[in-house]
Write a protein that binds this ligand. Structure first.
Ligand code: PHE
Length: 437
């Protein structure tokens, strides 16, 4: 289960959560993200855990085990999602490596925006992307994941403690009040915006590593006595908790440090960096303000974040590698090297342009993860023989599983179809716009 938490907690909670919260208007997005995580994400997470533990196989074979080979294509969608997500995830992880190194030298508080603009694309981004992929491939090929997971066991609590400490620090800064109202006081008209709902749903799935078989893979190692509802609650609350507290760091700081124009573009001003950089611009500025101590805190923060990114990246590559091992009969080393190299190649355009990165991220979340989640809900809700029996194993006495099954049958698919109908054409438009510009 710790591995599952390691997969869930990563750049999604920090970089992507603050990016999208800034992009889609603050508190309304946060409210929808929390609601979707609980109402849609949790049932789908429980479904993934039930399928994975029940089948004790890698995702494609697990689907075939419970639903027959007609369901293999859904597994192929999972693998494609892992492939695509890791390719640009690694670019952002590369930024993180870069920041961890730079933290030691100390950030220049006046130049944070320029610094981010300089390193986010081009040869720098490319080099650190390749470095991060090489590490990820090495870990998966060498089968030393256990060691990394043990490191994560120490560093994840450290990350959480640091984030809490930073949130307290942010509260002491003058001018942070604007950040709290941006982050916590929702504009109710935006809660009813379909676009915000779509983005919040994508974020809920991304952050929980849902809809692409990663959680299913972890569950395939679980004992039959494991209490799946409890596991899913722990994973979901740990994941939401980290993201929520990260927001309590980033948004007060954005306002207190005078970065609102550069990041959020308030009051009709042009944005300098755009919301993609919310995390990577704000925290270095705060570390610079802290003086010498800020170097240590900055180094610790970006290093811990990097380990979080690595455990997430491992789970992404693992889905792809296990599919290659099962489907093509490759051995682990070869599968990791060949597939990892292909992923690294696919990520190159994202290292050269944040616009490309944003579009890839949009495709991955709105089409692959939400589509994969829809497929899973239908699979467990309608195709699997006895999902309630499966999920009840180890959790005897829980009485609401019938409710879970009806959520998966009706409510979750309805929400996801509603969201996908909105998201798919918009995603195609964003691809077209990219090639048009
Ligand atoms: N959940 C991870 C994060 O928040 C990203 C991820 C997505 C990992 C999908 C695996 C699968 O950083």
């Amino acid at each position: 289960m710790l591995a599952a938490v390691g997969s869930a907690v990563g750049l999604g909670n920090m970089w992507r959560f603050s990016y999208l919260t800034a992009e889609y208007g603050g508190a309304a997005f946060v409210v929808l993200y929390l609601a979707i995580t609980l109402l849609v994400g949790l049932p789908v997470l429980l479904a993934e855990l039930a399928v994975g533990r029940g089948a004790q196989r890698s995702p494609i074979r697990a689907l075939a085990h419970f639903g027959g080979s007609a369901w293999r294509p859904l597994g192929a969608v999972f693998v494609a999602a892992g492939f695509l997500i890791l390719s640009y995830y690694s670019v952002i992880a590369g930024w993180t490596v870069r920041y961890a190194l730079h933290a030691l030298l100390g950030f220049d508080g006046d130049g944070v925006v320029e610094y981010f603009v300089e390193i986010r694309e081009g040869w720098d981004a490319f080099g650190f992307h390749i470095l991060f992929m090489a590490i990820t491939i090495g870990v998966v090929a060498g089968g030393v994941k256990r060691g990394i997971e043990r490191t994560a066991l120490v560093l994840m609590p450290l990350l959480f403690a640091l984030v809490i400490g930073l949130a307290v620090y942010a509260a002491t800064l003058d001018g942070s009040a604007g950040g709290y109202s941006y982050y916590l006081a929702p504009d109710f008209s935006a809660i009813f915006s379909r676009e915000v709902l779509t983005q919040a749903s994508g974020q809920a799935f991304f952050s929980l590593s849902l809809g692409m078989g990663a959680m299913m893979t972890f569950a395939s190692y679980l004992e039959r006595s494991a209490h799946l509802p409890n596991e899913s609650l722990v994973i979901a609350f740990a994941d939401m908790g980290v993201a929520f507290v990260a927001g309590l760091v980033v948004f007060p700081m954005i306002f207190a440090l005078g970065l609102a124009d550069a990041v959020i573009g308030t009051a009709g001003t042009e944005r300098d960096v755009g919301t993609v950089g919310a995390l990577f611009v704000t925290l270095p500025k705060a570390f610079a303000e802290m003086g010498a101590g800020g170097r240590i805190v900055g180094l610790l923060f970006f290093s811990a974040l990097l380990v979080g990114a690595l455990t997430s990246a491992l789970s992404l590559l693992e889905v792809v590698v296990s599919a290659a091992m099962d489907g093509l009969g490759w051995e682990r080393r070869r599968a990791a090297v060949v597939m990892g190299a292909a992923v690294a190649l696919l990520g190159v355009p994202a290292a050269w342009s944040v616009d490309v990165l944003g579009v890839m991220d949009g495709i991955a979340n709105t089409i692959f993860l939400l589509g994969g989640g829809l497929g899973l809900a239908v699979f467990v809700g309608w195709a699997m023989q006895d999902p309630v029996g499966e999920v009840s194993t180890g959790a005897e006495g829980v009485r609401w599983f019938f409710l879970w099954r009806w959520l998966l049958r009706i409510a979750v698919p309805l929400v996801l179809v509603f969201v996908l109908v909105d998201a798919i054409p918009k995603t195609f438009q964003s691809v077209a716009a990219l090639f048009g510009s």
